[in-house]
Design a protein around this ligand. Structure first.
Ligand code: DX5
Ligand code: ZN
Length: 215
């Protein structure tokens, strides 16, 4: 059974707290995906790890770092203590720097993910598989919620799965009730959804429908 991880992307700390409180009330949801954007790596800005210090939730947090220099946030992440930290392959000018950061994150006790943008080839995963606990395949250009799923993502997803049979693969961007079955059929273990939940008339009901489809 694939896992649903709701995504929160906002520059308003109150919205994060409201959404966390809402998700806290849904027992089948165990984890939340929080997006961080610095206005450089992508053309949008959000809250940063510091803004979440002291926030109470029963959910495990995964942080998706869409920033130009992720290492600059490691200290703040150590205080926040998310379960998982996801770095972008594209934030690094060379693979050895990315590997060094992944090793640092492990030493800090975090699970580690590597996110891959739509224009990045999935073959880059080969050098990283021993240093990452999961891959996050972006199915939209990162930056905003509500973007349309890029259909070629399914080909990339199947290719990534074929390269790494046992890897954990998460998909992020443009996932909704209509395409979730297809991404799971192409090899996704975990599904991140933002607008596919929040921009529906009844988010609670939508989550239940997602969970039904993921059974
Ligand atoms: C996009 C973010 C996604 C986003 C998902 O840049 O990384 O996690 O919150 O939102 P939807 O599901 O609306 O694409
Ligand atoms: Zn994300």
């Amino acid at each position: 059974m694939a896992q649903l991880i709701p995504a929160i992307l906002t520059r308003d700390p109150d919205e994060v707290r409201e959404k966390l409180q809402f998700l806290d009330g849904i027992p089948q949801i165990q984890e939340v995906h929080v997006d961080f954007e610095d206005g450089q790596f992508v053309g949008n800005t959000t809250i940063m790890p510091k803004d979440l210090w002291g926030t109470k939730t029963r959910l495990a947090i995964e942080t998706h770092m869409m920033v130009a220099f992720p290492q600059g946030y490691f200290h703040d992440l150590e205080i926040l203590r998310p379960k998982r930290v996801i770095l972008h392959y594209e934030s690094f000018s060379n693979v050895s720097d990315l590997i060094a950061s992944l090793q640092n994150l492990k030493a800090m006790g975090f699970e580690r993910g590597v996110a891959i943008n739509p224009q990045t080839d999935v073959t880059v995963s080969d050098d990283l598989i021993s240093y990452a606990d999961l891959f996050l395949l972006m199915c939209v250009e990162p930056g905003f919620q509500g973007r349309q799923f890029i259909p070629e993502s399914l080909v990339k997803l199947a290719a990534l799965r074929a390269r790494h049979k046992d890897a954990i693969i998460e998909v992020d961007g443009g996932i909704n009730l209509d395409n979730v079955g297809s991404v799971v059929a192409h090899g996704a273990d975990r599904v991140v959804a933002g607008s596919g939940i929040w921009q529906t008339p009844d988010a609670k009901q939508t989550i239940q429908e997602f969970l039904e489809k993921l059974k």
